[in-house]
Write a protein that binds this ligand. Structure first.
Ligand code: NAD
Length: 357
């Protein structure tokens, strides 16, 4: 019996999480769910979108499944999603992007994994507005390289952050039988920050020599490689911002956000969530695609070393998609196809497949 924190999220989150919970239970693995609330709905009563009991529950259980959460605008709260990753030091974001037969996409046979650093880079939140004293000070130190009327964002890249993310990528490669890790950055321009990232990546790669291949690409060239020859790449490791952008690019290669799962991993804790957001316009309509959230649950099963259940679930999802019958509107050739099923019914079809198989 696994104790898992369940964050239902807001917008379409609760429907997606409920579908995923049922499917995970359908694998036969036993869970005890500690259901906690975060997001815009709880903010009205708790005064914060991230109440303390949410963090306490995850710290206790060490594993969490989370629905998407809307980032409230104009509250001063940056993002519950970013806050959770930072508070719990979930430094690695792992996003597999894999083609499934039946998902509409320009590409077939894509099987990539993005490993994105989650805690530093331009996401550190160290920013100074235009005309501020701090921006003025930095402009003064820059010997004429920065225009006077500039706002400033700081990009910190540390040895510690780089080492732990590159190591996470190599460990993922070893554990999942992957052949190659590619470090992606822009070290020809950012010689110190991205230069440090490459330097550390090369050091870490030495520890895996003979086991996992290593190579490097500049981020702009990597974008072209990915749209031309995505099949040449395997595990891609990068800093936070490049990882954010390439995650969406790679999700696009395999059919979009509806099918892109994710895992946020720390030293001894992990939180699983889809790459997509809360799609609030579809709230309470039993309409959106649960695949990304369910595949995030599949990644959770793998993390818990329930490999057999994970494989059974992934096969059931793949079979339902390949049949193309019990799938949501976004997976049909015509988005107005009246035979499209709802979120809950797609989950039912996946459960039925697991029971039949
Ligand atoms: P979104 O991912 O919610 O939606 C983008 C587009 O994809 C929309 O057209 C939406 O309808 C569609 N879409 C998303 N998920 C889908 C699904 N499962 N099935 C079918 N279609 C789907 O992105 P957004 O509109 O930019 O963001 C909405 C809110 O979600 C924002 O407040 C944002 O901050 C938040 N967000 C949260 C997370 C998270 O919880 N980790 C991630 C991204 C965005």
């Amino acid at each position: 019996m696994y104790q898992v924190t369940l964050i239902r999220g807001d917008g379409t989150g609760p429907e997606l999480v409920e579908a995923t919970r049922r499917v995970l239970e359908g694998t036969g693995v036993a869970f005890e769910w500690d259901v906690v609330e975060a997001g815009v709905d709880i903010m009205e009563t708790a005064g914060t979108p991230l109440p303390d009991n949410v963090l306490a529950s995850i710290r206790k259980n060490k594993v969490a499944l989370k629905g998407p959460i809307t980032t409230p605008i104009g509250t001063g709260f940056r993002s519950v999603n970013v806050a959770l990753r930072k508070e719990l030091d979930l430094y690695a974001c792992i996003r597999p992007c894999k083609s499934y037969v039946g998902v509409r996409s320009r590409y077939t046979d894509v099987d990539l994994v993005i490993v994105r650093e989650n805690t530093e880079d331009l996401y550190a939140g160290v920013e100074y507005p235009v005309d501020s004293a701090e921006a003025g000070q930095i402009i003064g130190m820059a010997n004429g390289k920065i225009r006077q009327d500039s706002a400033i964002s700081i990009k910190p890249i540390s040895r510690t952050g780089s080492r732990q993310i590159v190591k996470a990528a190599f460990d993922y490669a070893v554990e999942n039988g992957r052949k190659k890790v590619t470090a992606v950055a822009k070290a020809n321009i950012m010689k110190y920050t991205d230069g440090l990232f490459y330097e550390i990546a090369r050091e870490v790669a030495k520890d895996y020599e003979g086991q996992v291949e290593y190579d490097e690409w500049l981020v702009d060239a990597m974008c072209m490689q990915l749209v031309q020859k995505p099949e040449n790449y395997d595990v891609l490791v990068m800093e936070n911002l490049y990882g954010d952008i390439l995650s969406d690019l790679c999700a696009g290669l395999v059919g979009g956000l509806g099918v892109a799962p994710g895992a946020n991993i720390g030293v001894d804790m992990a939180l699983f969530e889809a790459t997509h957001g809360s799609a609030p316009k579809y709230k309470n309509q039993n309409k959106v695609n649960p695949t990304a959230m369910i595949l995030s649950g599949m990644l959770m099963l793998k993390y818990l070393k329930e490999d057999e259940a994970a494989a059974k679930l992934e096969k059931a999802v793949a079979d339902v998609i390949a049949e193309g019958k019990s799938v949501t509107y976004d997976m049909k050739a015509d988005r107005n196809d009246p035979t499209a099923v709802g979120t809950a019914e797609m989950a039912d079809a996946i459960i039925a497949k697991m029971q039949a198989g």
